[in-house]
Design a protein around this ligand. Sequence first.
Ligand SMILES: [Zn+2]
Length: 552
Amino acid sequence: MPKSLPGRASQAPILALFFALLLAGAPLPGQAQARWSAVPEGHPRTAAEANGFTAHTRHLEMWEYLHALRGVSTGMRLGTYGRTREGRDLPYAVFSRPLVTEPWEAWTLGRPILVLAANVHGGERTFREGLLILMRDLATPGTAAHALLDRVTVVVAPQINPDGFEASLGGQRGNSWGIDLNRDYIKLEQPSIANYVGSVISKWRPHLFVDGHNGGSRPYNLNYQCPSHVDPAPAITLLCDREIFPAIDAKLASEGYKSWYYTGGDEEEWRVGGWQARIGRNYGGFLNSVGILFEAPRQSLEVGARAGYLGYLAVIEFAATNADRLVGVVTEATRETIAMGAAPSGQVTVEMRYEAEDYPVSYEIVSGGGRGSDPDQPEEILRVENARLMKKPVAVRTRARPWAYVLPRDAVDAVAMLRRHGVVVERLSQPASLEVRAYTVAGVTHERAYNHAAATKVEVGEVITVTEQFPVGTFVVPTAQNLGRLAAHMLEAETEDNVIYWNTMDAWLPRAAEEPPRGPSGNQANRSPRPPLVPIYKLMTPTPLATTLVRD
Ligand SMILES: [Zn+2]
């Protein structure tokens, strides 16, 4: 039986429907309705579909649905990429024609590889419902999504944070420890995100991945954003701005939905989300991948699920239709990364800000409803013309890119963090005397960052050139590698997301107000002729070195 909206609505208990409407708030003028296609005979429905979108599909209901889907489809692989802190299995599914199982099989097809994900914030669930429905279409011959699988490989990870989802009726943002997983992309400390990056992202190396959230601004049904840090290849962000986002806009508009940038604006300017590498979409840029954020502004669960469904589908359609273009942009960004390291050139940005893009934009905002001076003014949609879009990343301070970073042989925690991303690290197999660039430490401060009570920030004094003796076992991280942009960001002392900030180098750094060392007689010992150095040295020119690769 076709499951059209009126059919479902009439089945829903009146109270539940009332509750759903209450959750959604009063509908704005022109808000679209959700139009789903019929569920094929014998195919499973999500729990949310079955209950008329009055409640979400819970974790175990999702697994039941995915197993049922696998049971009626030959075009799908279903697996788990790890377990959460509370022991829940993290699901993923692969869809392609021919059906592949391992990443290398997908690479040999030469097609774009996409990873579509949702629910990294446990209480943000709307787009996950759309993604689960899209998985059924991907598994079902005859649908628009299934037809695209000759041209793309799609990996779906519909629930990154089930512990947060199940923590309470409404779910919570963090995982069971309260840690925000969408700020853990550099540390990779929490199992849900470490497994996702280790076993999905760095294993499949997607050309594009999407991360679905709840947030952003009405009257839009979907807000989006791409990498917005200065250092990822600008071509990736341009591809989003000029081609992928317009394709999403068109897809959503075809059913009366609206989409625009995350996060919100007023009558002068539209502001976007942060630029830090620890956020999924920005992290994607540092991997030379198109990392895309989706946010669901406040709307009914069913309308939001449909908007998310259309957004994810638009991305697959774009990748299928523009396969060479998408693969080309990512390949070129990677080639450029390796070239910038091989004959070191350019700068690593250590401080940045947003400025207005060079072009004006027009968008809609919601006014009234308690905003402004008149609390009784009803909500209305206001069209803003020729406003500023505050998302152009501009470097404020930079440091020269080295050929390699050199770390003490006992900096094993920093190296472990690099290796979790797949960064190439080598070790000296013979001692070497090297002329390196070093930073003097002018100050050290600490701040609370999630479960790090004293994340460490170093203030650099002078940049000096020294010749140091490096023993066997010293770590060397070349910047001429696929992940060269990420390695430089994690090893430059002053960036917001480096191995120093996440406390892996504390043992080498002077503590605040440290007493000068005293000799055996109680007099001050001979002071070092120079102030302490940041223990990450920079080898500025290509240098032959006897090294071996660090393997896990
Ligand atoms: Zn979120």
